[in-house]
Design a protein around this ligand. Structure first.
Ligand SMILES: [Zn+2]
Length: 116
């Protein structure tokens, strides 16, 4: 168990700096920390230090692209639902008008809208 200068159990955090990407370290758990610091993980090899930042950038770019697609997907769903509501409303309006014409034709044979 590792304790900080405050006597509290040190919290393990992850470094995302260019020199230590993904390397974990101990630090004070308080918001206004005492400055305690010690590495949890051993030093990273040079190859990992070179590769991990590029992988993180690629991952972040993919996450941003995915977020944009999720947003666009939500907009398209709303448009689709709106178009279906409009379509059904239009269909119902045509159906109502058609029924009215048929009823008019049944009651008055001289109606010009009637198809003989
Ligand atoms: Zn502390």
């Amino acid at each position: 168990m590792v304790y900080c200068h405050c006597g509290l159990r040190a919290k393990i955090r992850t470094s995302w700096t260019a020199l230590n990407p993904g390397r974990r370290f101990y630090s004070c758990p308080k918001q206004d920390d005492c400055g305690f610091f010690d590495w949890f993980d051993p030093p990273m090899c040079a190859r990992a230090v070179n590769i991990i930042p590029g992988l993180l950038r690629g991952r972040n770019e993919l996450q941003e692209a995915n977020n944009a697609l999720v947003h666009q997907n939500g907009r398209l769903k709303k448009l689709l639902i709106g178009s279906w509501i409009l379509f059904l409303h239009t269909q119902n309006a045509y159906k109502t008008a058609y029924i009215k014409i048929i009823q008019d034709c049944a009651s008055v044979n001289q109606n010009p809208k009637c198809i003989q």
